[in-house]
Design a protein around this ligand. Structure first.
Ligand SMILES: [Cu+2]
Length: 484
């Protein structure tokens, strides 16, 4: 089953049927265990088993991709946990290199978070580890590899190693008739020259120091892709999302790209945004076009009141032709799927926020993002406060329970999806617009923007901060905090 859709009533059985190779693991994870129950005994099956290994992914007519994935599928199995209910996880690695399995958006100990910088447990090459974690907080999360790729696009998030994780809330799950999980991903990457970001005004760009730098030293390699997919299938190849007139469909959309920030629209329909990065927003609002930086999630209700056959896809014509879309088909409707170009309305996080004042932080930490063009191998190097990541440097200490304001000052013309591990942060200012109440774990900081977020570290231990664009992260765009 390509389209992960489930009715509210039957999600447990559908989750199992829809996940192919998940088998017993998912059945067990769907059954809540008593909180505080012991980890599965040695030899007993885990609640969830992920096996990292080669996958031949059938993404388009007559076109298969050889990649790495979880449990033999791309995306990996649909994983459902219950908020606060501990689970035992088995991780097997059938490849010849150690792997890190990162539970993105969860507030869990560094040992199981899945990042080398945090000294998490690695999954050894041809090896196995088992551990327990307590899923928190509720909402749309995901799991993905966290290794460095550098110039090797057969490693890291360029591969198919990603899967949706949905953490069932303890209480109200919302009003909807059908729930659909969609994950976008690009394949067949290639290195190429720079494309000017659409978001940056050329006049503004010309006045910047960065523009002058480029006159001296040209920009380094950028990544492009030949194939685009949603749930591992190019537009028109997989099963459509089947809906009925009058249904309220809850979409959970994940940008599982290594490097691309994307937009998506469903002509003739509007998205009511109810959660960002899995966290309910204070002001649900209607939008026509979604924007997701790498690793961002959007949860949105769509009222199905425009019968027909439609394309839910990217407004970028070339990318849509190369597969970035999925068909939405009403019952008893046939014909070629329709696409209508949406109006260009900029995505604005503050639409979903509150206009109240936020508490003053205990400390403000300025973080200036910079780029050094075309370094070794022709790759740009990335800096935070003038320095690329140095694994030998002492991590910067933060105190648990203190409120910190991180002020991002993007002095590059690139958009950076900025991610903080093991925490959620509150947006407090987005490029000059104050806001409150929007909790996220990734924020897309566009070229020359300033964004402020407040974070009160929830848990002790090493906490990685980085740009989620794999190429940026690999070439220096990282910083390590230590919460004490
Ligand atoms: Cu970046």
């Amino acid at each position: 089953m390509n389209v992960r859709q489930a009715t509210r009533r039957s999600f447990l059985t559908d989750a199992v049927a829809g996940s192919g190779l998940l088998l017993a693991a998912c059945t067990r994870s769907a059954v809540p265990k008593a909180a505080g129950s012991e980890a599965a005994a040695p030899g007993a099956p885990a609640d969830l088993t992920l096996r990292i290994g080669p996958v031949l992914a059938d993404i388009a007519k007559g076109h298969s991709i050889s990649t790495l994935g979880y449990n033999g599928t791309v995306p990996g199995p649909m994983i459902r946990f219950r908020e606060g209910v501990p689970v035992t996880v088995d991780l097997f690695n059938d490849t010849d290199t150690p792997e890190f399995v990162h539970w993105h958006g969860q507030i869990i100990p560094a040992a199981v978070d899945g990042a080398a910088e945090e000294k998490s447990l690695a999954v050894p090459a041809q090896g196995h580890i088992r551990y327990q974690l307590t899923p928190e907080p509720a909402g749309a999360r995901f799991v993905h590899t966290h290794v460095m790729s550098m110039s090797d696009t057969n490693r890291g998030t360029y591969t198919g190693q990603f899967a949706f994780v949905y953490i069932e809330p303890k209480n109200n799950a919302g009003q909807f008739d059908q729930e659909v999980f969609l994950a976008t991903h690009e394949f067949e990457p290639f290195f190429g020259a720079e494309e000017m970001s659409e978001d940056v005004d050329p006049e503004t760009a010309r006045k910047t120091k960065e523009f002058q730098k480029k006159q001296e030293k040209p920009n380094g390699w950028e990544i492009g892709y030949q194939r685009f997919t949603i749930n591992g299938k190019s537009l028109g190849y997989g099963e459509p999302i089947r809906v009925k007139e009058g249904q309220r469909v809850l979409f959970h959309i994940l940008n599982a790209s290594a490097t691309e920030n994307i937009q998506l629209a469903l002509p003739g329909h509007r998205f009511q945004i109810v959660a960002l990065d899995g966290n309910p927003v204070p002001q649900p609002q209607f939008v026509e076009v979604l924007e997701l930086g790498t690793a961002e999630r959007v949860s949105a209700i769509v009222e199905m009141k425009n019968p027909g056959v439609w394309i839910l896809g990217t407004p970028m014509d070339d990318d849509r032709k190369n597969g970035m879309g999925i068909v939405v088909e009403y019952a008893n409707r046939t014909g070629a799927p329709r696409w209508v170009k949406p109006q260009k309305i900029p995505w604005d996080y503050t639409l979903f926020g509150q206009s109240r004042a936020v508490p003053q932080p205990d400390e403000t930490i300025p973080l200036v993002f910079g780029k050094i063009n075309g370094g070794p191998g022709g790759f740009n190097r990335w800096t935070i406060n003038g320095a690329s990541f140095d694994e030998k440097a002492e991590p910067r200490s933060l105190q648990r329970g203190k409120r910190y304001r991180l002020v991002f000052d993007n002095q590059t013309d690139d958009a950076h999806p900025i991610h903080l591990h093991r925490n959620s942060f509150e947006l407090t200012n987005v490029n000059g617009k104050p806001t409150a109440g929007v909790l996220k774990d990734v924020v897309l900081v566009k070229g020359f923007w300033k964004v402020a977020v407040d974070v009160t570290p929830a848990m002790d231990g090493l906490t990685l901060f980085h740009c989620h664009q794999q190429l940026h992260m690999d070439y220096g765009f990282k910083l390590l905090f230590n919460v004490v």
